[in-house]
Design a protein around this ligand. Structure first.
Ligand SMILES: [Zn+2]
Length: 64
């Protein structure tokens, strides 16, 4: 049996199809607390708090 690993939403437990879903990553400012991450389905990802972040590689325009 060739079983491919299925991604399951850490919030609601629903299976996440390949190429879908999101990863929620929490990084504590206090490095000793490390970080944690959760795999989320599209639905849950949309309800999570947070603001849209620009893709890496471009510095945000500084306010003048
Ligand atoms: Zn979910």
């Amino acid at each position: 049996m060739a079983r491919k690993t299925v991604l399951v939403c850490d919030n609601c437990g629903v299976e996440v199809d390949e190429g879908r879903g999101a990863t929620l990553r929490v990084t504590f400012t206090d490095a000793r607390r490390g970080a944690k991450a959760a795999d989320l389905c599209d639905g849950c990802a949309g309800t999570m708090p947070g603001i849209a972040v620009a893709r890496r590689g471009r510095k945000p325009k500084s306010l003048s």
